[in-house]
Structures are given as structure tokens and as C-alpha cells.
Ligand binder design. Structure first.
Ligand code: NAI
Ligand code: 15L
Length: 270
């Protein structure tokens, strides 16, 4: 895709959306913003509910690509996840198909594969975890990300709409916990990865891990680097202050055992 194209950013009022809407214009994009929450003072902004197919189509009309961040970003009831994330993502892809949009960047999550054992992945341990692993959602939220990735595959195979699904680790201005020394995606690296995902040639649908060049990484960045992503940040810069506050990860704790950390609670069936 060439520069100066218009990108629809769903979830633009959220944490990642607020970071990206300030960072992406430097790459030459014009942004159309959309969210359930109003975005006052913005030139091209839609207040919409992802559950409303017509409103989604109106927001998609005339854009060149979509960065789909909108939806519920934590665990919730199945009914709420169903509406905002599952039906919502379906509405985004249907709108892309009907309006002729050829590229989507989908904000997937580590929680699509949250029950994946870490088994010492990372520095001094066994190899890094790639993207060709079975889905192991840790929540209904993670399940909706598995759905989103499969939806992307369907729309690639059936309609030729290309998608990069980014399994985001933890995208915040700074790492907030010891786990995030492994999973952090800095805002600037997030913008670099989204730009690479919008511009790289993609054969159908591809899944990439989304973290910075973290010294303590568990995840393999080769698929993202193949798109041209060159991360510049490393959570290790914050290690001393994070560990002074939170300590090292206890080796038997959930954060050191399973990719999805605290989302991987195990509960009795009833
Ligand atoms: P967030 O919760 O801050 O933002 C999500 C936005 O979606 C909110 O502004 C909300 O109003 C909007 N939204 C929710 N339901 C909606 C609906 N029915 N219709 C229209 N808009 C709706 O989440 P955040 O942190 O900005 O994450 C953005 C995306 O990245 C999400 O899809 C999240 O699942 C994904 N992600 C984020 C990670 C992170 O570390 N921040 C990690 C992994 C994935
Ligand atoms: C996510 O998918 C969430 O949206 C975000 O709030 C963080 O909790 C992140 O994963 C994480 O695992 O740190």
C-alpha cells in the first residue's frame, strides 16, 4: 500500500488506539477514527457500536485499510464478548468485503494461545515460541481472538482480503509488571509493527507475535521481522525499577509457567 492512504482505526479511544492515533500519522497515513466512546475534536471520527453492522459499514466506506483494535480487551461474559468481539469482527470483515477494502490488521492477543506452556522459553532456556502453535485460548476473550484469526483466514481464502493478525503481548507506555519485561510492546514498536503489517506483501493471512526486542522475550519475532518489522525498544531498560517494585517471577507462579499469565486461572466445572 502507498502512503497518504486512509486507515480506519477501530477502538481509537482505547489505550492502544490513543497511542497509535498520535504515532501513525508520522508514517504518512490519514486516519479515520471509530469507537463506542466519542472522540471530540477529531476531524474524521465515527461513534459506532461494532454490534451495528450498518454503522460499521458506514465507517469502513472509502478507507484503504482497517486496523481493527476495537472491542472488549479483557475477560467478560460470553454474551458481551459475543457482541463486541465476535459479531463485531464479523461486521468489520463483511464491511471490508462489501466496500472493497483489501487489507486488515487485526489486534489479536497472547490470550489466543494463553494456555501454551512456557517451559523455559527465552534466554538461556529452550527455543522461542513461534506462531505455528495450536490455539489455546485462556478466556472467552482469548477465544474471540482465535475466532478473529480464523475469520481473517476465511476472508483471505474466500474473498482475497489480506490480514496480518498481531498477537499483541502487552502494549502500554511502560512495562507494568515483571511478566511484561517479556511481553512488552512499546508504543513506538507497535506503530512500527502496524506500519509493516499495512505495507508488507502478505499471502492471504499471516499471524505474527507483537512484542519489542525484549531481552527476556518468550516469543519468536521472525514472522514479524519477515514483514519488515525492526523493533527498537527493549523492556530491559525498565527491569531495575520493575523488579524493585514487583520482584522476579516466582518459577512456580502462573506468570512463569503459561504464556497468558494471570488470565489462565483454572476453575471447577460448576
Ligand atoms: P481498550 O479496552 O483500551 O480499547 C478498546 C476500545 O474498543 C475502547 O475504546 C472501547 O470503547 C472500544 N469498544 C469496546 N466495545 C466496543 C463496541 N461494541 N463498539 C465499538 N467500540 C468498542 O483496549 P486496548 O488495550 O487499547 O487494546 C486494543 C486492542 O488490542 C484490543 O482488541 C485488545 O484486545 C488488543 N490487545 C491489547 C493488548 C494490550 O496490551 N493493550 C494486548 C493484546 C491485545
Ligand atoms: C491483553 O490481551 C489485554 O488486552 C491487555 O489489557 C493486557 O492484559 C495484555 O493482554 C497482557 O497479557 O498483558
Amino acid at each position: 500500500m502507498t502512503m497518504s492512504q486512509t486507515i480506519l482505526l477501530t477502538g481509537a479511544a482505547g489505550g492502544v488506539g490513543s497511542l497509535l492515533r498520535h504515532l501513525l500519522p508520522a508514517f504518512g497515513y490519514k486516519l479515520r477514527l471509530a469507537d463506542l466512546a466519542p472522540l471530540p475534536g477529531e476531524d474524521d471520527a465515527h461513534t459506532f457500536d461494532l454490534r451495528d453492522a450498518g454503522a460499521v459499514r458506514e465507517a469502513v466506506r472509502g478507507v484503504d485499510a482497517i486496523v481493527h483494535l476495537g472491542g472488549i480487551s479483557l475477560e467478560d461474559t460470553f454474551a458481551n464478548i459475543l457482541g463486541a468481539n465476535i459479531e463485531g469482527s464479523y461486521h468489520v470483515y463483511e464491511a471490508a468485503r462489501l466496500e472493497g477494502v483489501q487489507r486488515v490488521v487485526f489486534a489479536s492477543s497472547n490470550h489466543a494461545v494463553g494456555f501454551t506452556p512456557l517451559e523455559g522459553a527465552g534466554p538461556g532456556g529452550k527455543g522461542l515460541i513461534g506462531t505455528a502453535i495450536p490455539p489455546r485460548p485462556d478466556t472467552y476473550y482469548g477465544l474471540s481472538k482465535v475466532f478473529g484469526e480464523s475469520l481473517a483466514q476465511l476472508y483471505a481464502d474466500k474473498y482475497g482480503i489480506t490480514t496480518v493478525s498481531i498477537r499483541i503481548g502487552s502494549c502500554f507506555p511502560k512495562p507494568r509488571s515483571t511478566r511484561m519485561l517479556s511481553t512488552w510492546l512499546s508504543p513506538a514498536d507497535c506503530a512500527r509493527l502496524v506500519h509493516a503489517s499495512l505495507t508488507a506483501p502478505v499471502d492471504g493471512h499471516t499471524v505474527v507475535n507483537g512484542i519489542s526486542a525484549n531481552t527476556r522475550a518468550w516469543w519468536d519475532l521472525a514472522p514479524a521481522r519477515a514483514l519488515g518489522y525492526e523493533p527498537q525498544d527493549d523492556a530491559e531498560e525498565y527491569a531495575a525499577e520493575v523488579i524493585a517494585e514487583h520482584g522476579e517471577l516466582p518459577p512456580d507462579g502462573v506468570d512463569a509457567r503459561l504464556l497468558g499469565g494471570g488470565f489462565t486461572t483454572v476453575e471447577p466445572p460448576r
